[in-house]
Design a protein around this ligand. Structure first.
Ligand SMILES: *Cc1c(COP(=O)(O)O)cnc(C)c1O
Length: 540
């Protein structure tokens, strides 16, 4: 019995061996493939853990797995749609009556009357918005007319055709030079000649600075797998740049003062790092990052440093001249390789204008695209757009030239004083705290007592449009000339709103506080991303 069992095993093994041996060549092939596959999977997993942390990775894996169950997927999609509908607060119905085809007989000049009607659908923004409209004050009517006149005079122009429109080519060069002169182009000791271009806005300026830095670092250091490191407070435009230009992005938490944490950033620098970023100030809390320390860091590693002056570029140089304490923030700091400045914010130029600046021509050359193999001829273009609005460039030139140094100094003094008044007013509301020490005209505040998003909903119901922030939950007001006459109204409405929430906590009808709260707490950030995309997809 025993021996027959043994012989069976022997025979079975022999049979199995001979069966398997026909596959031996394949096994030889597959074993390494399998090993490679497993190693690759492990590497991917470890990379994800490194990028997102173990918790987020496991959570992501878990969420992706349960979403494979159709009923779970459907439930999640339905819930998502509910949130999107709520965020839109019924704007679908607002689309009723929107035109979907050309009118067969044109309206001619009567179209202007129709547009006047349409304008009445906009919210009352005068004095009520954080940022948004920067032109304001008693002269604002005249200023708007001036930039509109400038625009209409040059609406037909396009600097793509440099040989035809010398006028706007000169305007662009002068706007860039005047802006650069405010930002240390004439002070810095070495490193070439500051140069730049006008763009359509802060985002385009940032996209271009990132793209140029990537190409420059490729040429200079042979970096082909570029990475950049930004503080958590840096603008979302860097995420856009990272996605558009295939750059790995590290968003590093800020320090206790809500400034870029230079030591933390240093830890993320490696041989693939092309760029670090500092803001002066950052959009969320209006706080200036330690640009000198960032400059030292970038310089010592031979990498680029972009300073985001989108908001501060037309305030800080004047604030410093007026005697407000302003730490160094521009090309006078060694290591700064590029700067973005929005002329369409505190420059009081028409919307759609910004400036990107480089320390020297060597870096800027990497911004341009030259095409030699097109049947359309030899082509070279400096920025993202091909054709560009010469009218807007003319409008920006008109704004800068009409205001002059004195005009900007006066405006800066007014808004810096309003900022101080608002900071004092907020400090007097014991339930609120100000985030960090605001350096300029953005004041962010939160609360440990009330739900700040409920306060924001009440402010919205009183017609204010503030910005909701996260980490920590807070809101901010970006002060413009629009606010000069309404400071007291704002502080009164803020005090009242806080009192109302204390007496009567809980969401108000149509309020967004529950959504902000939930979206902030939701551990599955991919889901929040999907929500935002769905919202956008059904909004435009
Ligand atoms: C406004 C802003 C931007 C982006 O500018 P857009 O003109 O909206 O594209 C970037 N960074 C900071 C600090 C800003 O305030």
């Amino acid at each position: 019995m025993g021996s027959s069992a043994t012989s069976f095993v022997v025979r079975f093994r022999a049979a199995a061996n001979s069966f398997l041996s026909q596959y031996e060549p394949l096994a030889l092939l597959f074993a390494p493939l399998l090993a490679m596959f497993l190693a690759r999977a492990l590497q991917l997993f470890l990379n994800t853990v490194h990028d997102r942390g173990l918790k987020a990775t496991l959570l992501g894996f878990f969420m992706n797995s349960i979403k494979l169950v159709p009923s779970v997927r459907k439930y999640i999609d339905d819930e998502k749609q509910k949130v999107v509908d709520k965020m839109q607060s019924g704007s679908k119905s607002k689309r009723d009556g929107w035109r979907t085809e050309l009118p067969s007989a044109g309206f001619g000049a009567a179209v202007i009357e129709k547009m006047k009607d349409e304008k009445t659908n906009d919210a009352a923004w005068q004095g009520k918005c954080s940022g948004t409209v920067y032109i304001g004050g008693s002269e604002s009517g005249a200023h708007f007319s001036l930039i509109n006149d400038a625009y209409s005079m040059f609406a037909h122009t396009n600097p793509l055709h440099l040989d035809v429109f010398q006028s706007v080519v000169r305007f662009e060069g002068e706007v860039v030079a005047m802006t650069a002169a405010l930002l240390g182009s004439k002070e810095k000791a070495s490193g070439g000649q500051v140069c730049g271009n006008m763009t359509s806005g802060g985002t385009e300026s940032i996209l271009l600075a990132v793209k140029s830095s990537r190409e420059y670092m490729k040429a200079k250091k042979g970096i082909t797998k570029p990475e950049m490191i930004i503080p958590e407070s840096a603008h979302s435009a860097y995420d856009k740049a990272a996605q558009y230009f295939n750059i790995k992005l590290w968003r590093v938490p800020v320090n206790k003062e809500f400034q870029a944490d230079v030591r933390a950033i240093r830890r993320y620098i490696n041989k693939n790092t092309i760029l670090i970023v500092g803001s002066a100030p950052g959009f969320p809390h209006g706080i200036i990052d330690p640009i000198e320390e960032l400059g030292e860091l970038a310089f010592s590693f031979g990498i680029c440093l972009h300073v985001d002056l989108c908001l501060g570029g037309f305030v800080l140089p004047f604030a410093r001249k007026l005697g407000y304490p302003v730490p160094p923030f521009d090309f006078s700091v060694q290591g700064v390789t590029s700067i973005s400045v929005d002329v369409h914010k505190y420059g009081l130029a028409p919307k759609g204008t910004s400036v990107v600046l480089y320390r020297n021509h060597d870096i800027r050359k990497h911004q341009f695209v030259a095409v030699t193999e097109w049947s359309g001829g030899l082509y070279v273009s400096p920025t993202i757009a091909g054709s560009r609005p010469g009218g807007l460039i003319a409008g920006a030139w008109a704004a800068l030239m009409s205001l002059g140094l004195e005009g900007y100094l006066e405006n800066t003094k007014e808004i810096m004083e309003v900022s101080k008044k608002i900071q004092r007013g907020i400090k007097e509301i014991s339930e609120l705290f100000i985030i960090g020490r605001p350096d300029m005209t953005v004041v962010a505040f939160g609360s440990n007592v009330v739900d700040i998003f409920e306060v924001n909903d009440l402010l919205s119901s009183k017609g204010w449009h503030l910005n909701a922030l996260q980490r920590p939950n807070s809101i901010h007001i970006c002060i413009t000339l629009q606010h000069v006459p309404v400071v007291e109204d704002f502080l009164r409405d803020l005090r009242e709103s806080v009192q109302t929430v204390i007496k009567n906590p809980g969401p108000i009808n149509g309020g967004l506080a529950p959504i902000y709260g939930a979206a902030g707490r939701m551990p599955d950030r991919v889901m929040v991303q999907e929500l935002l995309v769905n919202f956008m997809d059904s909004s435009c």
